[in-house]
Ligand binder design. Structure first.
Ligand SMILES: [Zn+2]
Ligand SMILES: [Zn+2]
Length: 164
């Protein structure tokens, strides 16, 4: 197959479009003439023009189609395809993100995960007192009055070491 450079391609496309449209117009005119002849004359003389017009119209359509097809295909390739790809990626990312967030949230949902050091009852992580034996789940720092986990060795606020 012969390789055309870009300028030649553009020239061919332009010629195709111009001749295609010209042929379309000629075809339509011929068909109109044929139709007019059919309705106005008792004996149609030029009805064969209808078929010639139809042929011109068809060739014109094909040429116009090929003349514009490259541009349309290029437009789709350069404009629509990346957008579609981005959209799909965006949607996939979004799905992944929201699914990830959902599982993250599920993982972080407070579940009974603290046991009372005195009676062994399972307690919620934010429980201040054991709901079974009433013992405190916090340790008050004698220096800064900050409430710390009952098992903590140092105050989370001032770093004071607890003596147990
Ligand atoms: Zn308890
Ligand atoms: Zn403290």
């Amino acid at each position: 197959m012969k390789q055309y450079n870009l300028e030649e391609k553009i020239r061919i496309k332009k010629t195709l479009r111009k001749s295609g449209i010209t042929l379309l117009v000629i075809g339509l005119l011929l068909m109109v003439v044929a139709m007019v002849d059919l309705f106005l004359s008792d004996i149609p003389q030029v009805f064969y023009l209808f078929f010639i017009g139809g042929l011109f119209l068809f060739i014109g359509l094909v040429m116009t189609f090929y003349g514009y097809m490259g541009a349309v295909a290029r437009y789709q390739a350069s404009e629509i395809a990346p957008v579609a790809k981005d959209t799909i990626n965006y949607m996939l990312d979004g799905t992944k993100d929201s699914a990830g967030k959902f599982f993250e949230q599920l993982k972080n949902t407070p579940l009974p995960s603290k046991t009372c050091p005195q009676c062994g009852k399972e307690l919620f992580p934010d429980a201040m007192y054991c709901d079974n034996c009433g013992c405190a789940m916090f340790k008050k720092c004698p220096d800064c009055m900050e409430l710390n986990e009952v098992s903590s060795k140092f105050c989370k606020s001032c770093g004071n070491q607890f003596r147990t």
